[in-house]
Write a protein that binds this ligand. Sequence first.
Ligand code: GDP
Length: 470
Amino acid sequence: MIGELADSIARQVDTLAGTVSQAFMEPVIRVGVTGLARAGKTVFITSLVANLLNLGRMGGLAAQAQGRIEAAYLQPQPDDTVARFQFEAHLGALTGARPHWPTSTRAVSELRLSLRITPRGLLGGLSGARIVHIDIVDYPGEWLLDLGLMEKSYEAWSGEVLARLEGRDEAVDFLKEAGAVAGGEAFEEPLAEALATSFTGYLTAARDAGYYDCTPGRFLLPGALEGSPVLTFAPLPKAESAGRKSLWREMERRYEAYKAKVVTPFFRDHFSKIDRQVVLIDALGAIHKGPEALEDMRRAMSDILEAFKPGQNAFLKRLFLGRRVEKILFAATKADHLHHEQHAALTGIVEALVRGAADRASFAGAEVCAMSIAALRATEEAEMRHDGERLKLVRGQLLESGKQAAFYAGDLPSDPAKLLQPAREGAQRWLDQDYQIMSFAPAVLNLARGDGPPHIRLDRAAEFLIGDRL
Ligand code: GDP
C-alpha cells in the first residue's frame, strides 16, 4: 500500500514537473519504440535518428518540407541510470564498408535528439528558433506482456501457463519436471534453480519456434537480473498443502517479487512517461511462418495493447493518473520485402491484427495510425516475366550467400480476413499459397551529403509521431 502511494505521489510530482517544463521551457516529446523480438526496433531507431540528423530523405516531415528544421543534434539524455541507445555503433554496422544488421534490443535504452525549429506562421522568423527535445525510449514488447501478471496470483498464473503448455513439444521436459514436484516439499535452492532453468529453456525454445506468448518477459532478456531470485521461479501445479517454508510458497513469493521489483518499476519509470508510441510488427515474418504464428502474434498484440488502455487496468490507472499516450503508430516493418503495390495489403493486415483491440473506445482518445515501413531499405524494385505475366518483385543481396537475388513474397490478399480467419480457426497451413521471406543484407551505401540511409515511409512515420509538435 505504501509502495502504491509512493508510486502515485512520484507520478504526480513528475507529471507536474513535465507540464511546467513543457509550458515554460523546451518541450520534450517522449517517443516509445516497442515490438516483439526481431520486429525491427533497433534498425528503426538507428535509421530514424540518422535520417533526422541528415534530413535529405525526410520530405514527408512537414517541418522539413517547409525548411523549418534549422539543426538536429544528439544530446546527453536526461535519465542517468538508463542505458544509452548505442546509436553510433548501430549506425556503423548498417552503413560501414561491409554493412551488417546491428545487435537487437535486449533491454530498455534511450537517446535524446534535439531539433532547432523555426516556429510556424508569419511571425515565425521574428520570434526566434525554439528547441524541441525528442527522447526515444526503446524497450522489448515482451515486457508489456508482463502487465497481464499484475492482477494475477501465482496460483492463477501457474494454472494458466501449465494449461497452455500442454501439447507443446517444446514444453515436454519442463512439464515432466514440474509434474514431478509436489510443491509442498521443503524449499531447496537447487530444485528451484533446476525448475527455473528448465522453464527458461522452454521459453527460449518456444520463442524460437515462433510462439509469442513467452512471459515472464525478463526470463528471455534478463540483463543484470540473470540468476537472481526474482528470475528463479517457475509455474507449478497447485500444492495440496504448502507450508511456509515449502517450495510452492517460495515460488509464490518470488513471483510476487518479480511483479513488485521488475514489472512495476518498468511501468512506473519508463512506460508511464511515454507521450507517443510506435509498435513495430513483423507481420510478414509471421505470415511466412504460417497461420498458427499469425494467430499467436494477433493474441500477443492484443495483450500488448492492453497496456495502452490505462483506464481499464487498476495498476496502470494508478501510475498514469489520467495521463495517456497521445498517439500510437502501428507499423508493419521490413516492407522492402514487397513491391510497393503490395504495401496497402500489408498495412491492411496490420490494421486488422490490431483492430480487435483498437476498436474498443478504450484507447481513450489516443490517435491511432497504421502504415507499412522499411526503416532500412535493403532492396530495389524489379519486374520479371513469369508464366506470361509481369511479376512485380524486389531484388537485393542475400544475407547468407552474399548473392544478388530477385524475390517475390507471395500475393498478399487485399482482404486481410483471408489470412486472419483461417489463422483464428486453427488452420495448419495456408491453403492458396505459400508466403516466402528472405533475409537480405543491408546494401553498401553511397550517401549524398545531407542524406540519411534509404527507407520507406520513415518520414511519414515521423510526421505522424512528432510532426504536430514541430
Ligand atoms: P529488434 O529485436 O526489434 O531490435 O529487431 P532489429 O531491429 O534488430 O531487427 C531484426 C532483424 O530484422 C534485423 O537484423 C534485420 O535482419 C531485419 N530488419 C529490420 N528492419 C529491417 C528493414 O527495414 N528491412 C529489412 N530488409 N530487414 C530489416
